[in-house]
Design a protein around this ligand. Structure first.
Ligand code: ZN
Length: 265
């Protein structure tokens, strides 16, 4: 591949920058609303002023690119949308919003949603059951969230729980194709290294859960490695110090990937 000529790249970059400036102006976040959201999300307190400013900038762009819909009679306010945006943008603070380009719609329900599921057993018999969903991420969107759980983000953080970060961790995972606990990585070597670390951490975690040990990372993660990835990312951002203690190798992997070290900051 030849060298990209600068003569056509420069105008394109200028156009992108111009579009971004317009979006930032259109979606400027009022100071009082931003202060309210910071107060409601205690795990953002570790960010220094520059990181908070960058998070606020990403929130404006996120709100410009995504469409919120209230379901079940829920009216999505600016505060509600910004609460989602701030938590969604935290993992990609140093990576950029392109991870979230694959979808536009975010559907917010007042409470958990009961979904009818079907599974076929080994004998070919289909069983139906109800699953209570607090959120769901699908390839191509929309992303679903239960407002009741988003609203309880501060209380959830004490339990290393965060529904928004969980669902957006799935979106990051999906950005590389299948939902398999492996996000986009630069090459095969990095991918193999990732799989080695997460598989080892996952096996260890499943053994703890099986033994009835109380874990920092949500025991729901024992369901599958992709769920383990999502609950580990939640814990990494909202309860970083205990998460690092429980799973140091996985913590280091995530810190390297997200270019953030929340347990130290
Ligand atoms: Zn999940």
């Amino acid at each position: 591949m030849g060298v990209t000529p600068a003569w056509w790249r420069a105008p394109l970059a200028r156009l992108d920058a111009w579009r971004e400036q317009r979006a930032l102006a259109r979606r400027a976040i009022p100071d009082d609303l931003w202060a309210l959201v910071l107060a409601r999300l205690p795990f953002l307190a570790r960010l220094d002023a520059a990181d908070q400013a960058e998070l606020r900038r990403l929130c404006s762009l996120f709100l410009d690119r995504k469409q919120f819909h209230g379901a079940g009679g829920l009216a999505v306010t600016d505060e509600m949308a910004l609460l989602v945006a701030a938590q969604a943008c935290l993992p990609v603070l140093r990576l950029g919003l392109h991870f979230y380009d694959g979808f536009v719609g975010i559907v917010m329900h007042p409470d958990e949603v009961v979904a009818r599921r079907q599974v076929m057993d080994d004998d070919g018999i289909v069983h139906e059951y109800d699953e209570n969903l607090t959120g769901e991420a699908m390839s191509g969107g929309p992303l679903m969230l239960a407002w009741s759980d988003v609203d309880a983000a501060a209380e959830g953080a004490a339990l290393a729980y965060n529904v928004v970060i969980h669902e957006f961790a799935h979106v990051i995972d999906m950005a590389s194709g299948p939902v398999d606990g492996v996000p986009p990585l630069p090459d095969t070597a990095a991918r193999e290294r990732w799989i080695g670390v997460i598989d080892t951490a996952y096996e260890h975690f499943c053994a703890l859960v099986e033994d009835g040990v109380e874990t920092v990372i949500d025991p729901y993660g024992a369901e599958a490695v992709e769920e383990f990835f999502a609950v580990a990312v939640e814990a990494f951002f909202v309860a970083p110090a205990p998460m690092r203690q429980e799973s140091p190798a996985l913590y280091a992997l995530l810190a390297d990937y997200f270019r953030q070290d929340p347990a130290v900051a």
